[in-house]
Design a protein around this ligand. Structure first.
Ligand code: FES
Length: 126
């Protein structure tokens, strides 16, 4: 086998591998089902609380649902009822009741999560 043929086969094989990986990544991303979390409405109060990794509370006839993970490095936030804000125990970030950063090091607001009410449960898209 000539050197040129050998190199062509190696390059063809590498292109084949890279293409396969790209197609695999695209398909697995497209087919991945979004995870959902069901929370009994009876567990949801009028004050923010962390339930199964989300912050949720009832406000009039609607609900507010946020990720409970700090946008800095992902620690679980705690609600400071007295101050009415969310505080991160790891590096001190603070978020308003609307999820907006009021004190860093976090820079991004909390992720608000979509939900639907199904019978006696709130189904949250994670
Ligand atoms: S993880 Fe929350 S401030 Fe760093």
């Amino acid at each position: 086998m000539k050197r040129r043929d050998f190199l062509s086969r190696i390059i063809g094989f590498l292109i084949f591998l890279i293409s396969g990986k790209l197609i695999w990544d695209f398909l697995s991303f497209s087919l991945k089902k979004r995870q959902k979390l069901s929370i009994p409405i009876a567990q949801v109060g009028t004050k923010p609380s962390v339930i199964d990794g989300i912050i949720v509370w009832r406000e009039n006839d609607t609900y507010r649902v946020y990720s409970s993970h700090c946008t800095h490095l992902g620690c679980i936030l705690k609600y400071d009822e007295k101050a009415g804000i969310f505080k991160c125990p790891c590096h001190g970030s603070e978020f308003s009741i609307n999820g907006v950063v009021i004190h860093g090091p976090a820079r991004k607001s909390l992720k608000r999560l979509d939900y639907i009410v199904k019978k006696d449960k709130i189904v949250v898209n994670l």
